[in-house]
Design a protein around this ligand. Sequence first.
Ligand SMILES: Cc1ncc(COP(=O)(O)O)c(C=O)c1O
Length: 418
Amino acid sequence: MSHPKPLPFDEATIRKIAETFPTPFYLYDEVGIRETCRKLYQAFEWSHNFQNFFAVKATPNPHIMLIAKEEGLGGDCSSKAELMLCDKVGIRGENIVFTSNNTPADEYQAAKDIGAILNLDDITHIDYVDQTVGLPELVSFRFNPGPARTGNVIIGNPSEAKYGFTEAQLFEGYRVLKERGVKRFGLHTMVASNELDGSFFVETARMLFDLAVRLQNEVGVRIEFVNLGGGIGIPYRPEESPVDLMAVGEQIHALYDEMIVPANLDPLRVVLENGRMITGPHGYLITKCLHHKQIYRNYVGVDASMANLMRPGMYGAYHHITVLGKENAPHDTTVDVVGSLCENNDKFAINRQLPQVDRDDLLVIHDAGAHGHSMGFQYNGKLRSAELLLQANGNVTQIRRAETYDDLFATLDFTPFK
Ligand SMILES: Cc1ncc(COP(=O)(O)O)c(C=O)c1O
């Protein structure tokens, strides 16, 4: 039998919700999100003006972003649309870091207009920004350590990744910024994604602290913040453990005392831009069993598809599944849990041990709260589902309605066919 994963709701609650909001739908747990934000901030309490810029791409819903804002988080935006969402929620100015790549001028303009920190992805963008929208007072660069670090399956190895400056470009880039009158400087990197080994982030801090010291000595720029990026992983599998945030915070604190304080760089802000660890564990995709099929394998067909959650199909990612009401039943059938897309990788689980799943059983797909709904798409004419919020007071509110066929066809011109 597979290990259980705790849920903040029971079958009766979900059946009741499903009477109003038909499956499939996403459900987010406000209490869980707030608790996770607080744990992260506690781990960096020692740090001057610590902030996590919530990676908006993870869960671009203003109601979720407002919860993050209330917990003190800023916004990490990669596009104009994400900047617009931040603006709606009142996340503005240096509470936003604009970490984009291959960026068009109008998006830089939008970032500048809202007062975001511009985090440039490439050395050529110094000229590009200067010549299009003008360099702001504060600029940050994204560093790509190349062969010096290894990444992982989601983000790839840094030396094969399209992001960031090489080390030589970084030194040259800050020199150019200084010559052009930029006054304030930040340094960023994002090396791993969904990383469960806390020491990885400590090593990233060491790498950026070392660069900050060398940049001061060799180029004469004082870095005012290092942004260690996002990428803190979550235990998708029940047997995995979350990153020990307190230990990571303490180890980075020790490095700070060892490297930053003696170099007279204190206070240096340490910031992060995690999305997944904030909302991932607190979002669930709820779907219903429609069919069984027994051919060379056994299949459970559900009413959600890869269009609702593409991580399993795209990365082969594991998402735990609970069959509501059968948590304690023997997990004695081996099935693939599939959607209805005309793609054979439209599978939420492959060869998974589950209890006997019957038609109309409700299945909970865990850890879908980040890079879940937001990666949704409409291939095969699939409609993106609703998003619901289980509030701290126990109420459930709809924070995004499900798409309709009118939404799907809204951009088509049917006039010749009427
Ligand atoms: C630049 C950047 N920052 C932050 C994130 C957020 O990563 P995660 O949600 O895994 O923390 C991403 C994810 O794609 C990213 O590309």
